[in-house]
Design a protein around this ligand. Structure first.
Ligand code: SF4
Length: 202
């Protein structure tokens, strides 16, 4: 007789497998330390880039200046942001990928290839996915993406109700935010309203 595995147990096992992943260990300067959070009940999914050194050290996603600004954009406090039952946090690359000449390296491509097909269907409660940065937008929007990140973010209404594309809230992106005032004027109020309604729903 086959015994059905409850979805929660399946997700727990999958997360344990991911946390034990060593698939690209040889390419990781600080070694594997997958940083992600997920639960079947989460309504909001945040797909970012990859951990930086601070997040690698703490093991807490968005535990840095970028995370602080992202929480301001969403209008959520720290406790809500880290409430796994409400918010799933899954970057494109789960481990710190090292540094190149112009900043952190891109997320390792192995993570999405190895894990996303199994992981994303387990997040059955998700109603809205935030695509933070170019790598997440490439993966989730594919050919629906515009020619540039700015164009994709400006066309945010095209991706509703499933996705909201966002720039990365890194301090290095201050120039982009200053040049694109429409983002703060138009996108963020709508984003806040949507996120808060989603998280407040019974
Ligand atoms: S970056 Fe992804 S594929 Fe590589 S070891 Fe970490 S979890 Fe595994």
């Amino acid at each position: 007789m086959t015994v059905a595995v409850p979805p929660v147990v399946e997700l727990d096992r999958l997360l344990a497998d991911i946390r034990a992943c060593r698939a690209c260990a040889d390419a990781l300067p600080l070694g594997p330390r997958p940083v992600l959070r997920a639960s079947a009940s989460a309504r909001l999914l945040i797909v970012g880039q990859a951990p930086g050194t601070k997040v690698h050290a703490s093991g807490v996603p968005w535990d840095d200046a970028s995370g602080k600004l992202l929480r301001e954009w969403l209008g959520v406090d720290v406790a809500t942001f880290y409430d796994e039952t409400q918010v799933a946090i899954v970057p494109m690359g789960f481990c710190y990928p090292g540094r190149g000449a112009s900043g952190d390296n891109p997320p390792r491509p192995e993570c999405a290839r190895l894990w996303f097909d199994a992981l994303l269907p387990q997040l059955s409660g998700v109603r809205l996915t935030l695509l933070v940065g170019l790598y997440a937008q490439r993966h989730f929007l594919g050919a629906r993406r515009k020619a540039s990140l700015t164009g994709t973010v400006a066309a945010w209404r095209d991706y509703a109700p499933d996705y909201v594309p966002l720039p990365h809230p890194s301090p290095r992106n201050r120039g982009w935010l200053a040049r694109n005032a429409w983002f703060g004027d138009d996108v963020l109020p709508a984003l806040r309203e949507r996120v808060q309604a989603l998280l407040a729903a019974p």
